[in-house]
Write a protein that binds this ligand. Structure first.
Ligand code: PHE
Length: 407
């Protein structure tokens, strides 16, 4: 019954005293904006994926990074926190900050929750993209559901050394030692290992940032702390005159690798928020827009090539209304004739015209088009009656000027 269980997607969990997920938040699970065609988060996901596919390849050209983007967001406390060495009293575990499904399960607060499992499965280089959940207020830059891209790269001693040294110069260098844990390194790592991992990590992420934000972007590195990496850094970019944090990263805690059966390897990890990147990249002013169903927003991202430069243009705050028109087209008809006709009559009251159905009658051989016309003015409300009047004018003009046969 609903009082004793919580259903998330296709799974049902026992409700208990820790349960704090709300129907509103549960309604977002399964939206998978990052996998929705033409969504800006999907375009960004493609850009990041293609960057790694193109720039990191094996000798025969196949990509080294595996991309995982369909892991469900309910994870265990073990996956989300314990496997990542998050202290028992860390704020991220608090029910005030995290959505608990019950005492054993949460909506993941970060994609790092999948690091251990994927390493245990034998993945040495991977990206994880998914929705993450944090209890937060709703404002222009915070929303309780957002999306992250995690990246992990592991190296054997040889793989790490060969990236910078010749066979002879490698002689005598090691990545493991039993030394002290100091701000610069973990106990089992050599200074040399950290220098190489840090250089590779920072080079990889700077290159990604330049690919996504442009070559001219200014970047800087800031030291920081995560329970699962040491040392750790944040990357900041200069955006509209201010330094903005865009990702966290670091040298993976060796204990995590040891526990996951990769004790002979060292590695780095990073995590970035897709919304934050997309807001800078496309000039999207409000994080809530990613959840908009409004075609005035979505239509601006309808590009088949994810590399198409897009700058978002704010749409009207007034509501939309729409009307459809269907007609049989004559032989010499072209779609642009109709678009011009609509622009001429609708002027600034028409926000969008979309061909939503294109059908050829099997016997008659005649083709019918159906267009959806979305009416909205930038600075005043357009009511349905007014839209209907313009729509009637458009219909009449299409019959008279384009010789179409309205259905
Ligand atoms: N999981 C961290 C976060 O959500 C980001 C991160 C990932 C940091 C991997 C370091 C390594 O803030």
């Amino acid at each position: 019954s609903p009082e004793t269980t919580v259903t998330v997607g296709s799974q049902t969990y026992a409700r208990d005293e820790m349960t704090n997920v709300t129907p509103h938040i549960l309604s977002k699970v399964g939206s998978n904006l990052h996998n929705r065609k033409y969504h800006p988060l999907n375009l960004l996901k493609q850009r990041i994926r293609d960057h790694f596919y193109k720039n990191y390849v094996k000798p025969r050209g196949n990509p080294i990074f595996t991309v995982v983007d369909d892991l469900p967001p309910v994870v265990t406390i073990e996956q989300c926190f314990d496997s990542l060495l998050t202290p028992k009293d860390h704020v991220s575990r608090k029910p005030s900050d995290t959505y608990y499904v019950n005492k054993d399960h949460v909506l993941r607060t970060h994609t790092s929750a999948h690091q251990s499992d994927l390493i245990r499965m034998g993945c040495d280089q991977f990206l994880v993209i998914g929705d993450v959940y944090r209890r937060d207020t709703i404002d222009k830059s915070h929303y309780p559901v957002f999306h992250q891209c995690e990246g992990v790269r592991l190296f054997t001693e040889r793989e790490l050394l060969i990236s910078k040294f010749s066979e002879q110069d490698m002689e005598g260098l090691t990545v493991f030692e039993q030394g002290p844990r100091i701000p610069a390194k973990q106990a089992p790592h050599t200074q040399d290992a950290v220098v190489l991992l840090e250089a590779d990590l920072k080079w990889t992420l700077t290159r990604l940032a330049h690919d996504i934000f442009g070559k001219d972007i200014e970047t800087q590195w800031v030291d920081c702390y995560f329970p699962f990496t040491h040392p750790s850094w944040e990357l900041e970019i200069k955006y509209k005159g201010e330094w903005l944090e865009v990702l966290g990263c670091g040298v993976m805690e060796q204990e995590i690798l040891n526990e996951a059966g990769a004790g002979n390897k060292v590695g780095w990890a990073f995590g970035l928020g897709l919304e934050r990147w997309a807001m800078k990249m496309y000039d999207i002013p409000d994080i809530r827009l990613f959840w908009s169903q409004d075609s005035g927003f979505l239509s601006q991202f309808k590009v088949d090539d994810a590399n198409t430069p897009i700058k978002y243009k704010p749409v009207s705050v007034h509501p939309q209304c729409y009307n459809d028109i269907s007609f049989w087209i004559p032989d010499n008809y072209t779609e642009n004739d109709f678009y011009d006709l609509v622009r001429g009559l609708g002027s600034d009251m028409v926000e969008q015209v979309e061909l939503i159905d294109n059908f050829t009658h099997p016997k008659k051989g005649q083709t019918s088009h159906c267009y959806r016309i979305t009416y909205r003015h930038m600075d005043r409300a357009v009511h349905q009656e007014e839209a209907n009047k313009i729509h009637a004018l458009i219909t009449e003009a299409a019959i008279n000027n384009l010789a179409v046969e309205v259905r």
